[in-house]
Design a binder for this molecule. Sequence first.
Ligand code: SF4
Length: 311
Amino acid sequence: MSKNLIYGPVPSRRLGFSLGVDLVPYKICSYDCIYCQLGPTPATTMARKPYIASEVILAHLDARLKEGVRPDFITLAGSGEPTLNSEIEAIIRGIKTLTEIPVAVLTNGSLLTDEKVRRDISGADVVLPSLDACDAEVFLKINRPHRDISFETMAEGLVAFRQAYAGKIWLEIFLAAGVNAEEAMIRKFKVWTDRIHPDKIHLNTAVRPTAESYVYSVPEEKLLMFCKTLGENAEIIAPFKKHSKNNGSTDIRAKILDLLDRRPCTLPDIASGLGSHQNEILKYIEPMISDQEIEARRIDEKIFYRRKRTE
Ligand code: SF4
């Protein structure tokens, strides 16, 4: 378990070079998002536990930092929802004693209904929560949350967090064609974003295979229109532009290509083949698909990647 608790630094569109810290085991999550790149959540949970103890995480991070790695951010995220780790406050506090590198928390935001969780992550420099729904119906469709989470309380949790938190909030909205990407819905989103008042709004859409095959990308022109509706702090983070060749380690890209040259592989296959974290590999997969080096195929509910042939 502990081998890949720390992954990267990986190139991130939102955070520059980001050193990832995995706070929960695979798919321990309060949501089962239709767009999740890690696949379906076997059973959603709201149970906060020390899934991975703070001392273990801090010891691994300390060792990695001692190797001289200097990322732009240390990002608490991983294979599920990081605020479900009940030791997240101690982890953030511990990181602050190890380094001055800023700490980011990537969260689905669902636990911010709880004042204790809001306090627990208040030591982070940047929090990147999600808001993918503009109402209760869309919430059930896109995030498929644990039964104890309602849309109104979740969104009010984000508003309450903004009021109490002094750091930066970069809100992500994942848009899927036919699900939550109509102008009328974006106007409903705006009612909430005006109340949450994030420092930035990041619009994302499907660029690589997701948990459900019916999740379709929203065209760039439409996202640009939505940015106008949402206001000047809104921007697109989906990688439409093809200038990613230099994005990340060419060495890892070469190793992935080499592996896929031999046989098509799933994400877990590539991660275990290269001894890397799945999230780290995902950061490379995305630009490689944009650059037409590889392609993805869904076979029997599994997503296989293979090298793209030009002939
Ligand atoms: S919140 Fe994140 S990890 Fe959980 S299901 Fe959604 S995308 Fe996947």
